[in-house]
Design a protein. Structure first.
Length: 203
């Protein structure tokens, strides 16, 4: 099984190109104003121009207004990851190139996740403070059950030293990493990115 690799929290062209060269299939650009990894609009457009069609570009948003969603796609970021309190209708309006990020920690969460529209879902860890990007590990057992029924991106606390076990445990379509390959929030460590890709490909 070839697992897709998404490196999230990209803020510069240099980091984007380094991640693509290392083997990433997708890059996440965070547009949430409160994120430590927020990308500037001008940088997002430059990243889109630099990587072209080599990878999937995903705009990460939290309850963003329609004007922002339209602007994200206008700068060349085709996919949208909804990470807030958006509803089914919000997601349906953006399909097919969109998916919902969910916290799956209970049986009720699991049942709710499977009712969301779209082909893909992202499973992340829950905290009270932030919608994602916390470095906490998701519940892999429940994530695996979601992955049996849906195409799942697994996020939450993934690092070069645990991603192989995560892939073997969950069998996701893809993995999503941010803090696990950083030198600082929004600044990627190329050696960590390369180690993450090697570990994931070897799983």
């Amino acid at each position: 099984m070839t697992v897709e690799i998404k490196v999230c929290g990209i803020t510069t062209v240099d980091d984007a190109l380094a991640c693509v060269q290392a083997g990433a299939n997708a890059l996440g650009l965070n547009f949430w104003p409160r994120s430590k990894r927020r990308v500037a609009w001008e940088a997002a457009e430059a990243i889109a121009r630099a990587v072209g069609d080599d990878v999937r570009l995903v705009g990460v948003v939290v309850d963003a207004p329609p004007t922002d969603l339209a602007r994200i796609r206008a700068v060349g970021v085709s996919w949208i990851q909804l990470h807030g309190d958006e509803g089914r209708a919000d997601l349906e309006a953006l399909l097919p190139d969109a998916y919902k990020a969910l916290h799956v920690e209970t049986e009720a969460d699991l049942e709710g996740a499977l009712r969301w529209p779209g082909d893909e879902l992202l499973v992340d860890a829950r905290t009270a403070e932030l919608p994602g990007g916390t470095g906490r590990t998701a519940d892999w057992a429940l994530a695996a059950r979601v992955a049996e029924a849906r195409s799942v991106w697994l996020a939450g606390g993934l690092r070069p030293d645990n991603v192989a076990v995560a892939v073997d445990s969950v069998r996701p379509m893809g993995v999503d990493v941010a803090s696990g390959v950083e030198a600082a929030p929004g600044v990627k460590d190329r050696a960590k990115v390369e180690a993450f890709v090697r570990a994931c490909r070897g799983a």
